[in-house]
Write a protein that binds this ligand. Structure first.
Ligand code: AMP
Ligand code: MG
Length: 530
């Protein structure tokens, strides 16, 4: 049984409206394995009904992918469901327990303070997906919080998650946004909203820390067995499965971090409760993309020490994985020393796993198919160039892809792609001091000469590795402000549409792809998604 101190166990009996919606055909074919198999590791709890629900966004493409009855989720019916006011039949809403290291300090009890797992569905690809609410009212884990979410942060999470997915980054997704009609009080009064989030699961590093810290080995084992069945089924029943789980999570995180680092994504709050076992990016709060390349970049208003700065992220991922390893120790071996001897090599291997994935991603962005020993230096020197001249990370990588395209075209036409200075114009325009660029381009072209791919094939591949558009911080803020202050979702929808095709040049959205003026970026601060 969940040790509920200081959670009030009366909450379970008091959970309001748990039967709402029962007996009615459901748009969701729920199959709730977490509720069924992990009793005692959560608190059953119902969402708080909204006074004036209004459906603001429904992700029809995702709904289709999930095999949902989209027609039954539109309009008033959708508003009632996605605001938490009417529970769809088959839902078994619950608040998950988890702990977490936040900015390095351990909080033994966090949990779903304002979120609920409604249930799970099997999608069209046979994958089990969580359907969860965020902002649906207080739960027994709410501590001092109001259990609510404001429309702005909910829209931010929707936009960032969908943008990341379109960029090929594993991410939780957004299925719907409903406003509740109830105000949320932050620095000012804001419209309240509920995000419906879809995830491969909501298992976090902090989920394991919760039971490990309480010495609840049996619960810890059940959770680990569940994680294995759900994410690493090939390990099920094997003797060394718990070590295998640690390895698999570390491998997924290495790949995820490599993607982040090659796109310029800063999560902003990489606490262990915000790191998944599935390898999906989760909890878009103070996240932001880099503009001018600088590994020390921090946007989060609460990250005073720069713990979660862009360049620190791989190291923090490893630190978080060490916390997962510690939590799993009791399952690895009876003897603590023996367990440590098993876990340590995984944590020690993480930097190499990350490097392998990160370098492979860089090669793709450089147009290289083969791996050669000097490739890392070529990539490092490119990044050093960007840093020295404070060049926009996204524009620079994309201009390099365009340079490859220009080279490919000039091979066909016989006309020089470069001007007298040896670099195509869009790339040149980014650099105030062009001499180091020319020198680097000469090395890059010499390296390309050792590749087999035809220039047009290479250019196309490079355009698929370096996006034309990412969510620009000032454009995100603009879109959220229009939605919140003017009740106008059009800027949000326009930005979302552009971000769903990140690799394509979209002249009609050119203004959305441009960096903010440097003085705006210098002042830019993000805040936690409360
Ligand atoms: P986050 O910073 O969103 O990752 O949340 C950290 C912890 O605080 C989690 O346990 C959340 O459930 C909880 N939390 C954040 N905001 C609220 C809120 N407004 N009401 C209740 N709990 C919250
Ligand atoms: Mg969180």
């Amino acid at each position: 049984m969940l040790q509920t101190r200081p959670i009030d166990p009366r909450g379970i009996a008091q959970a309001p409206g748990a039967e709402r919606g029962a007996g009615v055909a459901s748009p969701f074919a729920f199959d709730n394995s977490f509720a069924r198999e992990l009793e005692g590791l959560y608190v059953p709890w119902a969402p708080t009904p909204a006074p004036a629900p209004r459906l603001r966004l429904l992700n029809a493409a995702l709904a289709e992918e999930l095999g949902l009855d989209v027609a039954a989720l539109q309009g008033e019916a959708g508003a009632a469901i996605f605001s938490g006011t009417r529970l769809p039949a088959g839902a078994a809403p619950l608040a998950q327990a988890y702990a977490g290291h936040q900015f390095g300090g351990f909080s033994p009890q966090l949990g779903d303070g304002r979120a609920l797992l409604l249930g799970e569905v099997i999608d069209r690809f046979g994958q089990r997906r969580d359907i969860a609410f965020k902002g649906s009212g207080r739960t027994p884990f709410a501590r001092g919080g109001d259990g609510l979410a404001a429309l702005g942060p909910v829209l931010r999470e929707y936009l960032m998650g969908e943008a990341m997915h379109a960029l090929g980054v594993p991410s939780t997704r957004a299925l719907a946004v409903a406003t509740t009609g109830a105000p949320v009080y932050r620095e000012r009064e804001l419209p309240g909203a509920v995000l419906t989030r879809v995830a491969a699961s909501h298992l976090r590093v902090g989920s394991f820390e919760f039971f490990a810290a309480r010495g609840q080995k049996e619960e810890l084992r059940r959770l680990a067995e569940y994680a294995i069945a759900r994410h690493d089924a090939e390990l099920a029943g094997r003797d060394e499965r718990f070590l295998g789980l640690l390895q698999a999570v570390a491998r997924r995180q290495a790949r995820l971090l490599a993607l982040w680092m090659n796109l310029g994504f800063i999560h902003g709050v990489m606490n262990t409760d915000n790191m998944t076992v599935s390898g999906e990016t989760i909890d878009y709060g103070p996240c932001a993309f880099l503009e001018a390349y600088d590994p020390a970049t921090v946007f989060s208003s609460i990250d005073h020490g720069g713990r979660y700065a862009f360049g620190n992220q791989p190291g923090i991922a490893r630190w978080n994985l060490a916390r997962l390893a510690e939590a799993l120790l009791p399952l690895l071996a009876d003897e603590a020393q023996a367990a440590l001897a098993l876990a340590r090599p995984v944590i020690d291997a993480f930097p190499a796993w990350f490097d392998e994935a990160w370098r492979a991603g860089q090669r793709a962005k450089l147009g290289l198919v083969r791996a050669q020993p000097d490739d890392a230096a070529l990539a490092d020197d490119w990044l050093a160039l960007l840093q020295a001249q404070q060049i926009d990370f996204t524009l620079a990588w994309r201009a390099l892809a365009e340079a490859a395209a220009a080279d490919a075209a000039s091979e066909v036409t016989g006309e020089a792609a470069d001007d007298a200075q040896g670099a195509p114009a869009p790339l040149q325009a980014l650099f105030a001091d062009r001499a180091p660029l020319q020198a680097w381009l000469a090395r890059w072209r010499a390296r390309l000469a050792q590749e087999d791919a035809s220039p047009p094939v290479r250019a196309a591949a490079m355009r698929r590795a370096s996006p034309w558009i990412i969510p620009r911080n000032h454009r995100v803020e603009e879109a959220l402000a229009a939605a919140v202050d003017e009740d106008d979702l059009r800027p949000f929808e326009r930005l979302l549409a552009a971000l769903l095709r990140p690799w394509d040049v979209q002249p009609e959205h050119a203004a959305l792809a441009e960096p903010a003026p440097p003085e705006v970026t210098a002042r830019y601060q993000t805040f936690c998604g409360t």
